[in-house]
Design a binder for this molecule. Sequence first.
Ligand SMILES: Nc1ncnc2c1ncn2[C@@H]1O[C@H](COP(=O)(O)OP(=O)(O)OP(=O)(O)O)[C@@H](O)[C@H]1O
Ligand SMILES: [Mg+2]
Length: 245
Amino acid sequence: MENIISLKNLRVGFDGKEVLKGISLDVKRGESLVIVGSSGCGKSVLLKTILGLIKPDEGDIYVFGERITVLPEKKLMEVRGKIGMVFQSSALFDSLSVWENVGFYHINHTGLTDEQIKTLGGEILKDVGMGDFADFLPEQLSGGMKKRVSVARALASKPEILFYDEPTTGLDPVTSESITKLIIEMHGKFKTTDITVTHDIKLASRISDRIALIENGAIEEIGPFEELREKSKNPIIRSFTENGG
Ligand SMILES: Nc1ncnc2c1ncn2[C@@H]1O[C@H](COP(=O)(O)OP(=O)(O)OP(=O)(O)O)[C@@H](O)[C@H]1O
Ligand SMILES: [Mg+2]
């Protein structure tokens, strides 16, 4: 299968301190990759670098075969348009209704009328189980509902790639479970390539084709959950298995 994302010896640092120290990774079309690693190891930095929001100091990034590290801004925006991002904080606009949040990309990037955007948003909201909440404001929603809206917004631009940054952090176990199911369902329905950063043991084991463990700025281990579960001596992976993952 074709590599949809390819990272080659990626190095990223801030103020002389190196965070990513040579990351090489291929993600295949349709794959669901989970990234784990201790707090501050550079997981979010990695996602932002693939999005082109942070420039690497060294190395290369290919997305859809395009070498995005050298792309002019306009072409980079096109590539970014095919990547949906679900932020940890949900990051909804407080003053906009649910459908306006979901249609944000279309309001800004297309000539569609409000009516068309609302119809389109309504369909995606149905997909994430939020069909009845189009006219609500974010403050009227629970954390799990906001997460669903945030997934709908990421899906609205029909992305080929979806990034989830800690999608279940801060949610209770029942809500986490429902978001886990949503991620699996959306992955099946829209055939996206997913990269999910998480500390959630259960989520990682359920959604991943492979898990990559980042340590000291590099990929320490990578493979299917079952394989890591058998072999790994790393405490993060051990805690996965010991908690029944
Ligand atoms: N824009 C920035 N400027 C300077 N330092 C940064 C910047 N963004 C991230 N860092 C630093 O890079 C390191 C990695 O941060 P990152 O947010 O990627 O961690 P993380 O693995 O996502 O952690 P967590 O699991 O807590 O979310 C941290 O030391 C952070 O302070
Ligand atoms: Mg992070």
